[in-house]
Write a protein that binds this ligand. Sequence first.
Ligand SMILES: C[S@@+](CC[C@H](N)C(=O)[O-])C[C@H]1O[C@@H](n2cnc3c(N)ncnc32)[C@H](O)[C@@H]1O
Length: 235
Amino acid sequence: MDKDPLSCDVTNKSSNCCSPAPELHKLDMKEHWNTTYTNSPEEKLGWYESDVSPTLKLIHKTGLPKDARILNVGAGSTTLVNDLLSKGFNNLIATDISDVSLIKLKKRLGSSQQEVEFIVDDLTAPTHLNNIEPVDLWIDRAVLHFFNEAEQQNQYFDLLRRSIRSEGFALLAEYNLDGATKCAGLAVHRCNKEMLQDKLGGGFKLIDNFNHIYTMPSGDLRPYIYTLFQKKGPM
Ligand SMILES: C[S@@+](CC[C@H](N)C(=O)[O-])C[C@H]1O[C@@H](n2cnc3c(N)ncnc32)[C@H](O)[C@@H]1O
């Protein structure tokens, strides 16, 4: 286990990054993430962003209007929601397995929380998310890479494919192949754009992508791949 459960470990690059750390395999993920958010100020979390401009750049690229229906999955307590509201986006949904993280997000939003829908659900075993209206944009930063098992990934991508409307977008930002092998005490599954395209299938086309080096609150650097895909319309 990591000495610091919030650190993102790069010391184990030769290990099989696709297998969950055995000692954490049986952990209840909701409990794990709730404990993580309870035990740390959000600005100290290893994924905290004060600047969400890489994500905003790809959102701008979609050309979506301000009333676009935007689903931020594994949103945690992200500052992205503040930024989107301040830019006038007014149809936002924030979902996460951790109710603690969403409570923190609500607190930071204050009265603006009324403008956001919050859903506590598991992306790999969804219940509430199965019933939502299709969205124009699915945003995932640093969530998919925690799903190491094929079954988890299949559940995630099934949900993604049926949740995005025809010609809607998927913005996926994950650890790239040079990234760390662990984060928040969990093994991660690193990605490149070809792996994401493969999982999305032929119904999606890559619109844009770039590498981004994220600087953690500790000062450590973490390489990400940012991708924007569009769901194809009917032939
Ligand atoms: C590294 S954090 C990233 C949070 C946020 N996207 C950001 O960029 O600040 C990963 C997030 O994924 C959430 N998460 C992990 N497993 C999940 C699951 N199975 N379903 C939904 N959310 C999950 C965690 O609770 C956490 O908020």
